[in-house]
Design a protein around this ligand. Structure first.
Ligand code: AMP
Ligand code: MG
Length: 334
């Protein structure tokens, strides 16, 4: 049985993953994360990282999966949205492999890939997706042949907000996992009840995080316990995401909610989502953390679905699109 190869390169992660062409097996991704020495992600440096890691990463992945080039049936890649220089690396690797192996090329929408891998792995069928990642925070649901964005952040992504706060208190990128650890250590010792005052921003089905970020940094600078600030930051920012998720469920009448994106690795946002869904008589879902963060396997899975629906990408249509929107991709599969 052949494989669909998936290449992810929208931002800091360069990753190869695969699924079997018959959809039965899901193979683990091999990923390399660009970590800026200081400050935020520098697109050109991230792209250099992707170029430099591509060959060894691909060799390692193929070795681990025990396959040769001849067993690759198609090559899927993230066509957008993302950082131009980073997307271009994945696009070039995918085009070269598709030509060299003489197999179809499939340009996929990164946001839609988060949804499809979640559906594939958790068995939920028609969920509201709470997509909480570094650069994106969106609430998405399927309607009239597209995944529609019902609500989103009006400023920065929730993961970027956590990473920026982390940087302000001396935590290296990515800050989210360490913030989670500090928050849970604080709660273990002190209980969950005390929460610092942070501006909660939900506007209809949109959210905003820069106000929370500024206020959290001020609390930390004033000498508040970092654990308490991390706990408060999680409670307030996650509550706004879960509230918007609930509004979207009420609006669409859907009973499932699916978490995707790197912040969905966080136990507390999972717990809050679960509580909300149970209170409404619905269900909450999330895939294994390796499939929540950016990964090549989800790109392969969406590529497989598109290929099965006859949607390979012609070379002349394979240019990357940094500002591709979730709802620009027609969804022809069930
Ligand atoms: P992505 O952009 O989907 O690859 O996700 C990366 C983002 O997820 C970064 O902003 C991380 O800080 C964040 N992240 C990863 N793990 C966790 C966690 N356990 N809690 C909160 N944020 C996390
Ligand atoms: Mg992502």
């Amino acid at each position: 049985m052949g494989l669909i190869l998936g290449i992810e390169s929208t931002a800091h992660t360069f990753s190869f993953g695969a699924v079997s062409s018959d959809g039965v097996s899901v193979l683990p991704s091999h990923s390399s994360l660009y970590r800026p020495e200081e400050g935020g992600i520098h697109p050109r440096e991230a792209a250099d990282h992707h170029v430099n890691s591509s060959r060894t990463l691909l060799e390692k992945a193929m070795d681990d999966w025990g396959i040769s080039g001849g067993e690759i049936d198609a090559v899927a890649f993230s066509q957008g949205p993302g950082l131009g220089p980073c997307l271009r690396v994945g696009g070039s690797v995918a085009r070269s492999m598709s030509i060299a192996l003489d197999v179809p090329l499939i340009g996929v929408n990164h946001c839609v890939a988060h949804i499809e891998i979640g559906r594939r792995m958790t068995g939920c069928s028609d969920p509201v997706l709470l997509y909480v990642s570094g650069g994106n925070t969106q609430v998405i649901a399927r309607a009239s042949g597209r995944y529609r964005v019902l609500g989103e952040t009006l400023d920065i992504g929730i993961g970027n907000m956590l990473d920026k706060f982390g940087r302000a208190i001396g935590i290296p990128f990515p800050g989210g996992p360490i913030i989670e650890k500090k928050a849970s250590e604080y709660v273990k010792e002190n209980g969950p009840d005390r929460i610092l005052d942070l501006p909660y921003a939900v506007h209809g089905t949109d959210m905003a995080f820069s106000g929370i970020l500024g206020a959290a940094i001020s609390h930390a600078n004033r000498g508040e316990d970092h654990g308490l600030v991390c706990h408060s930051l999680q409670e307030v920012s996650f509550a706004s995401c879960v509230e918007v998720g609930e509004r979207a469920m009420a609006l669409t009448g859907k009973s499932e909610i699916l978490l995707g994106g790197g912040v969905a690795c966080n136990k507390r946002i999972r717990e809050m989502t679960q509580t909300m869904a149970s209170e409404r008589g619905g269900s909450a879902h999330w895939p294994d953390w390796r499939l929540c963060i950016d990964n090549g396997t989800m790109i392969a899975e969406l590529g497989r679905r598109m290929l099965d629906s006859g949607e390979a990408t012609k070379l002349e249509n394979s240019a990357i699109d940094p500002s591709l929107r979730t709802d620009m991709t027609p969804i022809s599969w069930s």
